[in-house]
Design a protein around this ligand. Structure first.
Ligand SMILES: *[C@@H]1O[C@H](CO)[C@@H](O)[C@H](O)[C@H]1NC(C)=O
Ligand SMILES: *[C@@H]1O[C@H](CO)[C@@H](O)[C@H](O)[C@H]1NC(C)=O
Ligand SMILES: *[C@@H]1O[C@H](CO)[C@@H](O)[C@H](O)[C@H]1NC(C)=O
Ligand SMILES: *[C@@H]1O[C@H](CO)[C@@H](O)[C@H](O)[C@H]1NC(C)=O
Ligand SMILES: *[C@@H]1O[C@H](CO)[C@@H](O)[C@H](O)[C@H]1NC(C)=O
Ligand SMILES: *[C@@H]1O[C@H](CO)[C@@H](O)[C@H](O)[C@H]1NC(C)=O
Ligand SMILES: *[C@@H]1O[C@H](CO)[C@@H](O)[C@H](O)[C@H]1NC(C)=O
Ligand SMILES: *[C@@H]1O[C@H](CO)[C@@H](O)[C@H](O)[C@H]1NC(C)=O
Ligand SMILES: *[C@@H]1O[C@H](CO)[C@@H](O)[C@H](O)[C@H]1NC(C)=O
Ligand SMILES: *[C@@H]1O[C@H](CO)[C@@H](O)[C@H](O)[C@H]1NC(C)=O
Length: 742
């Protein structure tokens, strides 16, 4: 339903206009009654005037944010899964942002969407989050109404996933990472729960042209020409915004959906960050509340991931970085993304590539921020109707179902193809621990431990089922489950409904066309089965809950680029999801009761997880120094905006204390004789770097840098925590000399 007096210029179907008119008359009647009662006769301002036109469903809305940043040093990063990508510091903290939507007439009807700056949702951390929340608030939050959606940042801290495959490069499971994510996410939901208040929702969208491209266009071209002809681009350019309003119609937050990989920061980056989605969220929250420090704004801006599979933020395309070769600087091979028949030299370029990947990251974040602002500034359509949800487990190993054309189809036990190891133009490959080489890597001690469990050769039945995929890793349960499961077989199938807005929560990365087919089929099903009307608005969100890798269309699967090779359950994976989600739409009806049948939940694996990570042994300052001493101070001559100021301190290992909801540094400004903190470690203008100087002596240094934004008098403070060989960890600080910016 749309508003009368809506200035979007859209021509409305007659039915909607009639509805709208009736709603408006009804609202006007109530409004005039209220005005007469209050003795005032005419609206005071335009926004009150707009409100007259809403006869909107009232919801109870809660929004929260929590710091989930794991160890920022000596830990593998999650996404590219390159053994060499071990973190050395912090660019921006990772956060979980929680959005609760409840029905005020029956508050047990509620849904929780968690948008988390992690690479993907995971069964193990989700299990812990659900268990904490269901014991904190019995009867309100459960396994079925909580969605844990990853933003797909490839610059976050690794080691939190429960399955074996993604643990390979992280030296197994890292409890500190998992526990930071669990605690911060629970904190975000608690905060949202505590500020639940009446309000309304509205939805709108815009086109964002400068933030993504298709990184496998040759696979996209395998989709039928008539289907492709329905779309202007080989990539979804729409950014959808769900706006959270308070009872007066003022915005309290937003949840946006846009498909773009979190690979603006490259594989050689070692600073922890939320990548472009984290940047967009920071830009929005600080735009709304300029004086709040990161993570402390009350306005919550969630930038969620959508059908991300074949998207790339490296919008200038992929080029060969092959010094000395004739093809150096040329575009990579179109079909194979190779340079001289090798994948390693082919790299995507972001819009800021002449400066740095951090500049590309800022620009891709800015494009999404601006898109969301455009929608929030314009007229949005009201969201009306019930709050419902459905969740079930589905074992994808051999799921049989009927295709729309009547043919029987089945999925296959999980397996990854050869191109999985080929990686993508965004990096030599997610989980690419073998970097295009299909032999085991003796440099990786974790690999040594598990190599006896290396996936056994697939039997002919599995080869036939997965065809035409040539199988590299036969990770399926039943084939490779020692020492524990490599990849999931049972996935979460989940949908959340807030009125006419439905979120398809997907356990993997759908490609562009897969996402379009999924949304379209589900929207049709919701309408044809009478659950929703023509105003049904359907979005895809993921990778969520469980990571079941990619979902390409059947045609793209045939091409076996990275996305097809990583579609684990065979050519019919997408069709199986469309069928399964479609079969559950009746549970989203206003009057739905009961629960769908479910396969058993996936087995708990965290307790079996191998961890080779050792804890910090001890920190020591160098002789004649103490922790926090300045080793290299600021300059005594004046700085100018745009300069970068650097200070080096005697440091200690930041793994001693993650300082969650805190900071490893502050930039303080002198205001009326007092130091006021103006920047923390989560501002993109500051960088925290830790450097071990001697493993034997336990000495280390910390370098803090700040790219100056404004004139004033400042100092830089370092907050550390040191661990003695015997005794407990204790905090210390170090402070630079003050410096002047003209
Ligand atoms: C509230 O909703 C829940 C869940 O849908 C349902 O089980 C319960 O019966 C409802 N309560 C009332 C009073 O309608
Ligand atoms: C994981 O870390 C949390 C928080 O530090 C701690 O409470 C828990 O005991 C740890 N679990 C294991 C298995 O070490
Ligand atoms: C954007 O909004 C318009 C108007 O509500 C709608 O027709 C269109 O389908 C939306 N686009 C997407 C991609 O959902
Ligand atoms: C990081 O990788 C990118 C892409 O290959 C490259 O352009 C850049 O020079 C590298 N940066 C450093 C510091 O090595
Ligand atoms: C790449 O491989 C093809 C086919 O094997 C060969 O013809 C071509 O010369 C190779 N190109 C380079 C640059 O090595
Ligand atoms: C949205 O409105 C604000 C306030 O008027 C304005 O500063 C901003 O530029 C607008 N943004 C866009 C993208 O239109
Ligand atoms: C897959 O399921 C079908 C039908 O349920 C059954 O006939 C077939 O044997 C199963 N295959 C495997 C490998 O389990
Ligand atoms: C039904 O669709 C599947 C998948 O596209 C195809 O393989 C099969 O041949 C079709 N069957 C018929 C009878 O058209
Ligand atoms: C590695 O891949 C090559 C093809 O690139 C294949 O011939 C060989 O058998 C594979 N080796 C193993 C151990 O799978
Ligand atoms: C870290 O230490 C190494 C060797 O001691 C040095 O080359 C490097 O510049 C240092 N990096 C930082 C950020 O301090």
């Amino acid at each position: 339903m749309y508003l009368l007096g809506y200035d979007g210029g859209t021509s409305l179907p007659l039915g909607n206009v009639v509805h709208c008119f009736l709603d408006a008359v009804r609202a006007l009647f109530f409004y005039l009654t209220a005005l007469v009662a209050s003795g005032s006769l005419w609206p005071h301002d335009a926004s009150a005037n707009t409100r007259v036109m809403h006869a909107q469903t009232q919801y109870l809305l809660g929004l929260g944010i929590g710091d989930i940043t794991g160890p920022v040093v000596e830990t593998n990063m999650m996404g590219y899964a390159s053994l060499a990508q071990t973190d050395t510091g912090l660019h921006m903290r990772q956060r979980s942002r929680a959005f609760i939507i409840a029905d005020p007439t029956n508050t047990t009807n509620r849904i929780v969407f968690i948008n988390s700056d992690i690479c993907m949702g995971d069964t193990g951390i989700r299990r812990s989050i659900v268990s904490s929340l269901s014991s904190l608030y019995p009867g309100l939050y459960s396994n079925t109404n909580i969605a844990l959606v990853g933003t797909h940042s490839h610059a976050g801290v690794g080691g939190y996933l429960e399955d074996l495959l993604p643990q390979l490069t992280a030296l197994g499971y890292v409890n500190a990472t998992a526990s930071a994510i669990i605690q911060g996410t629970v904190r975000a939901v608690q905060q949202a729960h505590e500020n639940l208040a009446p309000g309304t929702l509205s939805v709108g969208n815009t086109t964002v042209l400068n933030a993504n491209i298709n990184r496998s266009p040759s696979a996209y071209l395998a989709n039928p020409a008539e289907e492709r002809a329905r779309y202007e681009y080989d990539q979804d350019k729409d950014l959808t915004v769900l706006r959270f309003n308070d009872a007066e119609g003022n915005p309290r937050g937003l949840l946006s959906f846009f498909a773009v990989h979190g690979t603006s920061l490259y594989e050689n980056n070692t600073l922890v960050s939320g990548d472009n989605k984290g940047m967009a969220a920071h830009l929005y929250e600080s735009y709304m509340e300029p004086s709040s420090l990161p993570g402390q704004a009350t306005f919550v801006a969630g930038f969620a991931q959508s059908n991300v599979g074949d998207t790339s933020p490296n919008i200038l395309g992929a080029f060969c970085e092959s010094p000395g070769q004739p093809y150096d600087g040329q575009p990579c091979d179109f079909e194979h993304s190779t340079c001289g028949n090798r994948t390693q030299d082919c790299h995507g370029r972001g819009p800021g590539f002449r400066i740095s990947d951090f500049e590309s990251n800022r620009l891709i974040g800015l494009a999404q921020f601006t898109g969301a602002q455009t929608v929030m500034n314009g007229s949005m359509a009201p969201v009306n109707g019930a709050v419902r949800w459905v969740h079930t487990y589905l074992d994808m190993a051999n799921h049989t179902f009927t295709l729309p054309n009547g043919t029987a189809a089945r999925t296959c036990p999980a397996a990854l193809g050869y191109s999985f190891a080929g990686g993508t133009t965004d990096g030599p490959g997610a989980f690419d621990f073998i970097q295009g080489d299909n032999s085991s890597n003796p440099q990786n001690p974790f690999w040594e431990i598990v190599k006896n469990a290396v996936t056994p050769p697939p039997p002919p039945e599995q080869v036939a089922c997965q065809a035409p995929k040539p199988i590299l890793l036969n990770t399926a349960r039943g084939y490779a489950h020692t020492p524990y499961e490599w990849s999931p077989s049972t996935v979460d199938i989940q949908m959340l409904r807030a009125g006419n807005f439905v979120m398809l929560i997907m356990p993997g990365e759908l490609t562009t066309m897969a996402g379009r087919r999924m949304r379209e089929a589900l929207r049709e099903k919701l309408i044809s089965s009478g659950v929703l009307g023509d105003d049904a608005y359907v979005v895809v969100a993921g990778p969520a809950n469980t990571y079941a890798h990619y979902v390409a269309t059947r045609e793209e699967y045939g091409v076996q680029r990275y996305e097809g090779a990583s579609t684990m359950f065979g050519a019919a994976t997408l069709e199986a999801y469309i069928d399964k989600y479609g079969s559950l739409v009746s549970y989203l009806a206003d009057d739905a009761t009961g629960l769908p049948a479910s396969d058993p939940a996936p087995p708990e694996q965290t307790s079996k997880a191998i961890s080779l990570r050792t804890s910090v042994i001890a920190d020591n300052p160098p002789i004649f120094k103490k922790f926090g001493d300045v080793l290299s101070d600021v300059s005594s001559s004046a700085y100018h905006a745009g300069d970068t100021v650097r200070v080096q301190f005697v440091g200690a290992n930041p793994r001693n204390n993650l300082r969650l909801e805190g900071t490893f540094l502050t930039v303080d400004r002198m205001v009326s004789g007092q130091w006021i903190t103006v920047r923390t470690d989560s501002h993109p203008s500051t960088v925290y770097q830790w450097n071990r100087t001697s493993t034997i002596l336990g000495t280390s240094t910390v370098q803090i840098s700040w790219t100056i934004e404004e004139a004033g008098t400042y100092q830089i403070v370092y907050y550390g925590d040191s661990k003695p060989l015997i005794g407990s960890i204790s905090p210390f600080t170090g402070t630079s000399s003050s410096f002047i910016v003209r």
